[in-house]
Design a protein around this ligand. Structure first.
Ligand code: ZN
Length: 302
């Protein structure tokens, strides 16, 4: 009699907690991604099993982000953290430590061949790693594989789902890669040069044969000096560079000035380090490529 009572009490508790846990989606893997582009990729691979939040949201600039106490709380309650790495999130170490996060960290760019460049910082020269690896779809495939493996490590029961989602997504990325190459191959050689405000298209330019000139370097942290701007204006005139492009994460004024002083046209807005909000033109990683390619080819076609 007593054991039956305990058993049914136990069953009632299981039902009660089971229902409330379900209502809170506690059965999902709680994941944090550092910025919106990576957040979308984690969503594509994680599907229904994963609850993803991003620290730097749409149109946000991750180079200069300042984490909030709410970010630390959110991270502490998560099982897995996805970062870009390559020095993109300079604020992440401090956030991880202050939050007491004990979950798994996945550096999505693991395996990417990093681009480095020498930047002049006043009188001294510094070798800088370019963090914008996601702007090459070949690298995007490495990101997806790392995300898949990370999710399997924290949620082995979802292995088949993550593998299937990743395989489908990798296929879509491969198709977009072909489309990007085909679209850019049609442009006249002399017009394959663009200006953006910060140097976010290094991997893109290397992968798809486009020359990129940027007054601000690979981070938005430091502003272009008057000499940098003067040098670029001379270069645009000498090389007949056809168009300058705005970015969704940076100030328009510098490029407005460059365009008006050189006669280069303003080619539109490119998405570099962040997606658009859901109702904008680039709400996913692949939409970002579609939008950027449309914008580039419209401005650079002869
Ligand atoms: Zn950037």
């Amino acid at each position: 009699m007593k054991s039956r009572l305990v058993a049914s009490l136990g069953l009632a508790l299981v039902l009660l907690f089971g229902i409330s846990a379900h209502a809170q989606a506690a059965d999902k893997v709680k994941a944090v991604a550092s910025f919106s582009i990576l957040g979308d990729m984690v969503r594509q691979v994680g599907g229904d099993r994963v609850d993803v939040t991003t620290l730097v949201g749409p149109d946000g600039d991750a180079h200069v982000y300042e984490p909030t106490p709410a970010d630390a709380k959110n991270l502490a309650a998560s099982a897995i953290l996805f970062t870009n790495g390559l020095g993109f999130e300079g604020w992440m170490d401090r956030l991880e430590k202050s939050s007491g996060f004990t979950g798994k960290v996945v550096v999505a760019s693991t395996g990417v061949k990093p681009r480095t460049m020498v930047e002049e910082e006043g009188a001294k020269e510094e070798t800088i790693t370019d963090p914008h690896a996601w702007q090459s779809l070949a690298n995007g495939k490495l990101y997806v594989a790392n995300i898949r493996d990370g999710l399997i490590a924290v949620d082995p029961a979802g292995k088949a789902v993550y593998e299937a989602n990743a395989a489908k997504y990798l296929d879509e990325i491969a198709k977009e890669e072909e489309a990007v190459k085909a679209a850019l191959a049609k442009l006249p050689e002399a017009r394959k040069k663009i200006i953006t405000s910060h140097d976010a298209f290094g991997y893109f330019g290397a992968a798809y044969e486009l020359e990129i000139i940027a007054p601000e370097g690979v981070s938005t942290e430091s502003e272009a000096s008057a000499q940098d701007v003067a040098k670029i204006i001379r270069q645009i005139k000498a090389e007949n560079i056809p168009a300058v492009f705005m970015e969704n994460i940076t100030d328009y004024r510098l490029l407005d000035q460059i365009a008006s002083e050189t006669g280069a046209k303003i080619g539109g807005e490119l998405y570099t380090d962040a997606l658009s909000p859901a109702d904008g033109p680039a709400p996913t990683y692949l939409d970002m490529f579609r939008h950027n390619i449309e914008t580039l080819t419209a401005a650079l076609s002869a």
